[in-house]
Design a protein around this ligand. Sequence first.
Ligand code: PGA
Length: 249
Amino acid sequence: MRKKVIAGNWKMNMLPNEAMAFIEALTPMVKDTPNEVILCVPYVDLFYSLLTSQNTNIKIGAQNMHWEEKGAYTGEVSGKMLKSIGVEYVIIGHSERRQYFAETDETVNKKIKAALANELKPIACVGETLEQREAGKAIEVITEQTKLALQDLTKEQISNIMIAYEPIWAIGTGKTATSEDANNAIKSIRQEIEKLYDTQTAESIILLYGGSVKAENSKELFTTSDIDGGLVGGASLKVEEFSKIVNFQ
Ligand code: PGA
């Protein structure tokens, strides 16, 4: 059986002192969960978060990285740098990065490869716009994004990747996909992976849902056949709420 994973995406929120206080408060609330707990924090919070989460079951991730190891890329941070301080996960290709920072399927693929080369576990994001959904193209868009994100990766590499399905119209809007729609979309990603690799790879990959996940809808979403947990934005900034999502069972 696949494990459940709950990953917080703090986006551009939380100062280092707030991050440390949050993790200290969260630690006892989630210490007995069977689920994997990840917080993807801003770069400046990484080191403090790693220190505070030592000897807990809370894992730390970044929200982006560059695909090159080093060089003249002002303002960028490489996978090698993240790995050097002990970061374990990295979100790749979040829709906000695709939308505001011109990330493409091609750069997403490069970043995933670089993350894996540095032994980081990517959480790769895919999702359709409202326009694409209304045109009946949602499944086509997300399966294509999945295929391009995973281009040239072996099935051994796939075992270290998670994919988050985040319909863009559901992010930060309070609108959640119904659990049935979200599960169907995620099922189509699993089928695409089966086509690209094999049944075993498809059955074992962790696929998350993101987009206005809250304590009140988490159980319904995460107990469907194909959704293995969530990538949680707004609700991951409130420690009580986030702990309830982690303990959704
Ligand atoms: P949200 O964000 O939970 O605030 O909708 C999810 C995300 O963008 O990862």
